[in-house]
Ligand binder design. Structure first.
Ligand code: GDP
Length: 354
């Protein structure tokens, strides 16, 4: 990694370890190297690669994961030198997304991102051609096979895009219908693992997947949510954010995040027990700004106050609530806050909500 300070570096490596765990992997060795310039063929220096090779012989891992996006040729060179499967951070995240996607749309989006990632990397992978790269001397039966693979992938990409268009249209119509019903619509957003699914479940008393894993939630889920006054609102859980989310994935999940942009009210859930809570909060705000939701009222929910980090201080300029999703009294406070917001909304727009 270049241009990052030690703290950021450690954090990013820890996050890589959590991601690995989420992908059902077990981390047996973490190692890093400081360089001002990466090695063009191997990413790491040759000395470091030798050291890694010795560790691999001793520990026999199944896969080596790099925290950076590697070029196709770096992956090839590392694979052949280390004799093990080599993947990068993007591939790891894609793998997790593939594991977690549940709806048809989620699955299609993940497949699309995987194929888009694969296509430029499909340079005769696993064949003798790989050593030579493209160009003179590489044409022949292998290349023809490669071309047909590429055509096949491009066709699949087009198919998926078409299917996704249909789904996105459907959802748009569904949203419009919901709007006509004039239900107050609340979206839960936040960094992955902040406690969105937990809050969603406690508030709507449902039991969607709730786990101490990154990206437990991939598909937006919307449920009716009854306030104590008997007023019905809609609550949507959205995909969790993360730092350095590969751009191809941000694009893939944009349509699900658009649910948040249609909300009347946003609950931004922050894990106050995490040492990097501030940077998580900033990452999410940044992404929300990109989605242009500035005009939607937002309440920052500092969650997990039951095990709050000793250095925690709420962001003074934000409207916020400190709570624990595990505490029934706190949940009631949150419901009351939502109810107040809902009333203000009704008065402002002079609408009646069923
Ligand atoms: P999401 O990724 O934002 O949907 O996060 P989850 O709802 O899956 O929660 C991640 C983990 O944090 C789960 O193990 C929850 O049980 C736990 N969790 C959620 N809220 C709280 C809280 O207020 N206090 C504590 N101690 N743990 C919580």
């Amino acid at each position: 990694l270049q241009n990052v300070d030690d703290e950021q570096f450690d954090y990013s490596m820890d996050e890589l370890a959590s991601l690995t765990k989420t992908a059902n992997g077990e981390v047996i060795l973490m190692t890093s190297q400081k360089r001002t310039k990466y090695h063009s063929a191997l990413y790491i220096g040759t000395g470091k690669a030798e050291e890694l090779l010795a560790a691999i012989e001793e520990l026999e891992p199944d896969v080596i994961i790099f925290n950076n996006e590697l070029t196709p040729s770096q992956i090839r060179n590392l694979t052949s030198m280390l004799g093990k499967r080599v993947i990068d951070r993007t591939q790891l995240i894609l793998d997790i997304f593939a594991l977690r996607a549940k709806s048809k749309e989620g699955k299609l989006q993940v497949e699309l991102a995987q194929l888009q990632y694969l296509l430029p990397r499909l340079v005769g992978q696993g064949t003798e051609l790989s050593r030579l790269g493209g160009g003179i001397g590489t044409r022949g039966p292998g290349e023809t096979k490669l071309e047909s693979d590429r055509r096949h992938i491009r066709k699949r990409i087009d198919d998926i895009k078409q299917q996704l268009n249909v789904i996105v249209e459907h959802r748009k119509r569904y949203r419009e219908r919901r709007k006509r019903n004039e239900m107050f619509h609340i979206s839960l957003v936040g960094y992955t693992n902040a406690g969105k699914s937990t809050l969603f479940n406690r508030l709507t008393k449902s039991d969607t997947f709730e786990q101490d894993l990154l990206f437990a939630t991939l598909d937006p889920t919307t449920r009716k949510f009854m306030l104590s006054s008997g007023m019905t609102t809609l609550l949507t859980d959205t995909v969790g954010f993360i730092q350095d989310l590969p751009t191809s994935l941000v694009a893939a999940f944009r349509s699900t995040l658009e649910e948040a942009t249609e909300a009347d009210f946003i609950l931004h859930v922050v894990d106050a027990s995490h040492e990097n809570y501030r940077s998580h909060e900033e990452t999410v705000k940044h992404l929300l700004n990109d989605l242009d939701v500035k005009n939607i009222p937002m309440l920052t929910v500092y969650n997990k106050m039951d095990k709050v980090h000793p250095d925690f201080v709420p962001e003074p300029s934000t409207t916020h609530l400190e709570m624990s999703a595990l505490n029934e009294g706190d949940l009631q406070k949150l419901r009351t806050r939502i109810e107040e917001e809902c009333k203000q909304y009704m008065e402002y727009y002079e609408v009646s909500i069923p």
